[in-house]
Design a binder for this molecule. Structure first.
Ligand code: NAD
Ligand code: DAU
Length: 349
């Protein structure tokens, strides 16, 4: 059975990707993760004892560690998800994003290039974001051909890593594929991001901080649909190609938060309207991108992928998951999380 390296597999999306590949039974999966605040082995508790699965704690910024790992395994492929992923944190601490997202990715490219010399039939799959395309006005969509125009330190670091992957393909012939996806939501999402943060705060009757006027628009996709697209692209996508992945599911932040409040009121047995009273408009995110919207026609036409879940169904499943996994939520929202959240909230008053 071929060895497959998945980086960032203990994080939100990575954990769904790891589970999907374990279930396919086709590879010996090595999940490499540093276990930063965003990585959590609880996300994979149900599959951790499966055969052909190994967790390795390590840092993609550590070159020696990577060389040793690539010497110990003849990886058939790499699916690279490890990253710093939160835009707000990139605004307060951009260097960490440059280290992990840019330097870490180039380290991984170097390790793959060295190990794959003279071997064909290998693939480096870089998982990226729609934020590299910048921000849309009222109309239009991001296409695979849309010029890069990243606007936050996070998206600039992801754009840079995308460029390095393509440069290694062009210069050294490294076989690669890239996908750029819109906003994911679902189980295991760390509660610093909009949807799980709102679920957590509604449960605890805390203010719901909506940035600016809440008019920014995001295109939401259920995380398992993204994981399914990643598996398909890894197996059937073409080298050197880019695939955009999205839900054709645009929501204004304030409309989404109100919908979530209503779903939560139903779940908590509250009178409708109770949770909406917690909505608090706060200082906007610096350089806040107005609108993201993916045109996912190419992946539909070429690989037959489309989202499987309606948004309300996906949101309901997500809310149910957070209620059923209270311990997970309590665990990740203790300690440093509270300090980070309180500071972030205070700075937005
Ligand atoms: P996440 O923050 O939940 O998980 C990131 C994982 O990477 C964590 O497990 C963390 O421990 C690990 N990690 C961080 N630094 C590392 C390092 N130096 N070495 C090894 N491991 C390290 O992120 P996510 O939301 O699951 O995103 C995963 C990938 O998908 C990222 O590359 C992100 O840019 C991309 N992406 C995310 C979204 C989204 O909506 N969340 C959408 C499109 C693309
Ligand atoms: O588009 C893909 C990207 O989506 C991924 O590449 C990123 O890793 C992921 O974090 C996500 O980025 P966003 O910045 O869009 O997600 P976030 O959940 O942080 O914010 C979604 C929207 O909600 C955004 O317009 C900011 C707003 N927001 C966010 C938070 C945390 C609020 O209004 N209040 C909040 O408290």
């Amino acid at each position: 059975m071929d060895d497959l390296l998945i980086t960032g597999g203990a994080g939100f999306i990575g954990s769904h990707v790891v589970r999907k590949f374990i279930k396919s039974g086709k590879y010996n999966i090595i999940n490499l993760d540093k276990l930063t605040y965003a990585g959590n082995l609880e996300n994979l508790r149900d599959v951790e004892n499966e055969s052909y699965y190994t967790f390795v704690k390590g840092d993609i910024c550590d070159i020696d560690f990577l060389q040793n790992l690539f010497s110990a395994h003849d990886f058939k492929g790499v699916i690279h998800l490890a990253a710093e992923s939160h835009v707000d944190r990139s605004i307060t601490n951009p260097m960490e994003f440059i280290q992990t997202n840019v330097v870490g990715t180039v380290n991984l490219l170097n390790a793959a290039k060295k190990s794959w010399e003279g071997k064909s039939d290998r693939r480096f799959y870089h998982v990226s974001t729609d934020e590299v395309y910048g921000s849309l006005g009222e109309k239009g969509f991001f296409l695979e051909t849309t010029p890069y125009d990243p606007k936050s330190p996070y998206s600039a670091s992801k754009a840079s890593s995308d460029h390095f992957v393509r440069a290694y393909g062009n210069t050294y012939g490294l076989p690669y594929v890239i996908s750029n996806c819109s906003n994911n939501y679902g189980p295991n999402h760390f509660p610093e991001k909009l949807i799980p943060l709102m679920i957590h705060n509604i449960r605890n009757k805390k203010p719901l901080p909506v940035y600016g006027k809440g008019e920014n628009i995001r295109d939401w996709l259920y995380v398992e649909d993204h994981a399914r697209a990643i598996e398909l692209i890894f197996e059937k996508g073409k080298n050197k190609e880019t695939y955009n992945i999205g839900g054709f599911n645009e929501w204004k932040n304030i409309d989404l938060v109100e919908l979530l409040c209503d779903i939560m009121d139903e779940k908590l047995g509250n009178n409708q309207g109770t949770s909406r009273e917690l909505i608090t408009f706060v200082k906007d995110r610096a350089g806040h991108d107005m609108r993201y919207a993916i045109d996912a026609t190419k992946i539909k036409k070429e690989l037959g992928w489309e989202p499987s879940l309606q948004f309300k169904e996906g949101l309901q499943k997500t809310v149910d998951w957070y209620f059923d996994n209270e311990e997970w939520l309590n665990d990740v929202t203790s300690g440093d999380y509270l300090k980070y959240y309180d500071e972030n909230y205070k700075n937005r008053q």
